[in-house]
Design a binder for this molecule. Structure first.
Ligand SMILES: Cc1cc2nc3c(=O)[nH]c(=O)nc-3n(C[C@H](O)[C@H](O)[C@H](O)COP(=O)(O)OP(=O)(O)OC[C@H]3O[C@@H](n4cnc5c(N)ncnc54)[C@H](O)[C@@H]3O)c2cc1C
Length: 381
């Protein structure tokens, strides 16, 4: 039976980033994905990538090939409340607070680098089961490369969490996200908008000549919004956003149910869960892939610092310990934002308005929020 050092379940952006980060490690890494090679390039999501993510993608050699739009200002406000705050890249001495890229383009750039590096991907091959034992994991594959393989470490980057409820924490926000591309006039290029409304947040991210929209609503409202024709939908969205930007056109709208699911531990016997397979977050603050890439970098670093058996319990414990503060800090940050702002009680609304005003008036607080957006938990004092 073929034995690998690592078998990565899922050749999405997270699995591919890990394989690339380990390309000069001497470890034998293979990826398996249930879908054909070109499927990930069709991912319709658009991602806000932090400054830290950009630095990592540069090191992986994929940034240069990625069409990305810089965000130089983030405008945060709430419908029916007072406050608004502006966060500028120039205040932080960075060229941009973050960048916006299509998830499909990112996947295509990563795949190109994977193929160029000669890393093997078993396309159209589903991982049916993982059976860990003391000396390795037995992996059953179905599809194009059907059969059994062994690996010292299985890395699950399959994009969702299938686990016993005792192993996870979860929260159903009762919200769905509609995503689409919109065209608009009236706003300075490079400005991203995050608008909190009682039904849920609405984000507009500058993406090329257009904006990527993430419109969060209750499942029932999402049904209604999806049934509207384009001009009725645009009018509804415009009412949410106010007058600071003028919407002119919208593409087809797609829906994603939102919730929070987190594995209490990102490691198990000879197994690591990465990316959405470790924690699936609400997209409100655009943290999901950014956090995942920090996980990827830390795992690669831990494996390099612990040569020998990559699935050894001490190695996996060191990885889990190194990620604890960032994982749970990012989960709390995202969860608090969603719950604080998705509520229409008037006292809370004014408090929130005051909060955003305070954010504007109190540079240290604004720095904390801005740095968390740019770097994640490394922003902690
Ligand atoms: C609406 C929305 C907006 C978002 N916006 C942002 C943002 O602005 N910024 C940000 O950082 N994050 C954002 N995210 C989160 C981000 O999209 C995810 O974190 C990221 O795409 C997860 O990548 P992944 O590689 O873990 O999973 P995926 O991209 O889902 O890849 C998983 C892969 O595993 C394969 N697979 C699954 N099961 C198996 C199996 N058994 N065997 C073999 N292969 C398998 C699948 O075919 C797939 O190719 C957003 C998410 C949503 C829903």
């Amino acid at each position: 039976m073929t034995t690998h050092d690592l078998l990565v379940v899922g050749a999405g952006p997270v699995g591919m980033a890990l394989a690339l980060a380990l390309k000069d490690s001497g470890l034998d890494v293979v990826l398996a994905d249930a879908r054909p090679a070109e499927a990930t390039a069709a991912d319709p999501r658009v991602l806000a990538l932090s400054h830290g993510t950009r630095l990592t993608l540069e090191r992986l050699g994929v940034w240069q090939a990625l069409p990305a739009t810089p965000i130089d200002t983030i405008h945060v406000s709430q419908q029916g409340g007072f406050g608004r705050t502006l966060i500028h890249a120039t205040d932080y001495g960075v060229p941009a607070l973050g960048h916006v890229a299509a998830a499909g383009a990112l996947a295509a750039a990563l795949r190109q680098a994977i193929d160029h590096a000669g890393i093997s991907v078993l396309d159209e091959t589903e991982v049916r089961s993982l059976t860990p034992a003391d000396d390795g994991v037995t992996i059953e594959l179905a599809g194009r490369h059907a059969g059994s393989r062994r690996a010292l470490l299985a890395v699950c980057a399959e994009g969702s969490i299938n686990a016993d409820p005792t192993e996870t924490m979860s929260r159903d926000y009762g919200q769905h996200a509609l995503i689409a591309m919109v065209h608009a006039t009236g706003a300075a290029r490079g400005t991203a908008f995050e608008r909190f409304t009682p039904a849920g947040p609405v984000a507009l991210l500058p993406c090329g000549e257009a904006y990527a929209l993430v419109h969060v609503a209750s499942p029932q409202q999402a049904d209604t919004l999806l049934a509207l024709d384009d001009s009725a939908y645009l009018a509804r969205l415009q009412a949410h956003l106010g007058t600071r930007i003028s919407l002119t056109a919208v593409s087809e709208r797609l829906r994603y149910p939102l919730g929070l699911r987190v594995r209490r531990s990102p490691v198990g016997a000879r197994t690591v869960w990465l990316g959405n397979a470790a924690q699936t977050l609400h997209p409100v603050a655009g943290q999901g892939f950014n956090l995942a890439l920090r996980d990827v970098w830390a795992l690669a670093d831990t494996l390099l610092r612990h040569p020998g058996d990559p699935g050894a319990p001490a190695t996996l414990t060191a990885y889990a310990r190194s990620r604890s503060a960032d994982r749970f800090g990012t989960v709390r940050f995202t969860d608090t934002l969603v719950r604080l702002f998705s509520n229409d009680l008037p006292p809370l609304r004014h408090l929130r308005g005051a909060g955003l005003f305070a954010l504007d008036m109190l540079p240290p607080l604004r720095h904390f929020v801005a740095k968390r957006m740019m770097f994640g938990a490394r922003a902690w004092p």
